[in-house]
Ligand binder design. Structure first.
Ligand code: G4P
Length: 290
């Protein structure tokens, strides 16, 4: 469920996360591997205030592995361990517990020194809507338990999920909001499916998608839609619209008089990108951010 984020919702979401933070030792920050910074809450450092944290680059199955490797290095440079995962299939999920334990190792060692029997490390998953929080909780729990948590106004009793004997996971995630006032961030989130289709102008999202594909993945575009000639001039909208029309023609999105139904073509482009039909595609890289 996509939330309409108003200032009141953000304040409430923040308060809920702060309540959860009191209960936990380690935060697992979930980002979308295809758009790690666009899917990151702009205030995350301030909100998590020094809690030990690791980053998961989720939906790595849909992302370009080369770009994901660059992101892992980018986060390492900031002192954050980032792990690519695919919460839907479970790939990479086994690596999470050892890393969470690493983050808590000093505390465990100090407890042992004091003769205290260390308890299981308590973890919380945080991330923006649709990044895969519930899917990951279910995957870690080994069964379907997490109800949709995307309701900032709803308080529920907190419960712990046992992940083996060494980690307890809070059963409801911390819901963060994206940096949606930024146009480019909005487009990247729209293209990857973090924003409900009803709220979008799909032709604009498809236009943005085609432009990105021409620059970074021209082969994917050629192969998937059989387009021989791609425009060289990207500042001229006509060339990009021409590609959208070519997709429409190829897929029979034609209305009376032979005109291309651009809305239909736009839906085809964006849905196929999201479903991974164009291959593994990332829409941002560390170099984009200087
Ligand atoms: P949330 O709790 O953070 O809001 O996200 P949720 O787990 O509901 O996941 C959102 C969508 O993303 C779901 O698709 C889920 O299957 C998909 N997803 C989660 N993790 C992965 C992953 O690692 N790889 C892939 N390919 N998909 C993943 P959905 O139920 O089809 O929802 P929708 O996208 O149609 O809205």
């Amino acid at each position: 469920m996509t939330i309409q984020w108003f200032p009141g919702h953000m304040t409430k979401a923040r308060r809920q996360i702060e309540d959860k933070l009191k209960l936990i030792d380690v935060v697992i920050e979930l980002l979308d591997a295809r758009v790690p910074l666009s899917s990151r809450n702009p205030m995350v450092d301030e909100i998590l205030r020094g809690k030990p944290r690791m980053v998961l680059l989720n939906k790595a199955d849909l992302a370009d592995p080369a770009a994901t490797a660059e992101w892992v290095r980018y986060f390492a440079d900031q002192g954050l361990k980032a792990l690519p995962v695919d919460a839907a299939s479970g790939t990479g999920v086994k690596e999470i517990l050892p890393r969470v334990k690493e983050l808590w190792a000093d505390k465990i060692a100090s407890q042992l020194r004091k003769g205290i029997n260390p308890r299981a490390v308590r973890a919380l998953i945080v991330g923006i809507p649709n990044v895969g929080k519930s899917t990951l909780i279910n995957q870690l729990a080994g069964k379907k338990i997490a109800a949709t948590g995307d309701r900032p106004g709803v308080t529920k009793g907190q419960q712990w999920i046992k992940v083996g004997s060494e980690m307890d996971l809070l059963d409801t995630p911390g819901i963060l909001w994206p940096k949606f006032e930024d146009q480019q961030v909005g487009m990247r989130l729209a293209a990857t499916g973090a924003i409900k289709e009803e709220l979008l102008h799909m032709d604009e999202v498809a236009f943005f998608t085609i432009k990105e594909l021409i620059v970074h993945y021209p082969e994917a575009l050629r192969e998937r839609f059989g387009i021989a000639e791609l425009p060289r001039e990207l500042d001229e909208p006509d060339g990009i619209v021409g590609v959208m029309e070519a997709v429409g023609r190829k897929r029979g999105a034609v209305v009376s008089g032979g005109r291309i139904d651009l809305d239909k073509a736009s839906l085809i482009i964006v849905r196929e990108l999201r479903a991974g039909k164009l291959g593994r595609i990332s829409l941002e890289r560390p170099a984009d951010f200087g």
